[in-house]
Design a protein around this ligand. Sequence first.
Ligand code: HEC
Length: 139
Amino acid sequence: MKPSALRRLLLIAAGTAALAVWVPLGATAKPEATPPQGRDAELLASARKPELVSVGKEIYAGLCKACHGEENVQGESPSNLFDTKWFHGGKPTDIERIIALGLLEKGMPAWGEVLPAEDVTAVVAYLLSVQPAAPRAAE
Ligand code: HEC
């Protein structure tokens, strides 16, 4: 085989490989699922469990309040967690992800590194339980 033919063959092989990766990635991008399913539904359900919500409320008071302020303060600020406006994604799984991974460039710590997963769930449950549109857990 001539070197130029070999090069063409390699190019075709590389192109096919790139396509093989690209096609499945595009194919798995799903549209937004409504109503909430999977982990989103689980987190919403956890917001109706008073024991979990009260654990979350304690965690909030101990770890979050210093930066995010008094419970139930409302207003359009990214540091306000008690209204319906979310700046970094408002799905339950978005809130969970931000709490776990943080927004390090903005100064929000990655709590997943210090809290067990159940505590992250509890604080998400608490925040969801106090959202104006969400069913409130018993005080
Ligand atoms: C050291 C200060 C600090 C502490 C402590 C802190 N946060 Fe944050 N948090 C931030 C900052 C800063 C942002 C990003 C604000 C922005 O986007 O400008 C943020 C953003 C968030 C957001 C996204 C808000 C939105 O509108 O999308 C959530 C949710 C959140 N924090 C939850 C928590 C929870 C829960 C705790 C306690 C476990 C906590 N934070 C503790 C500083 C803090």
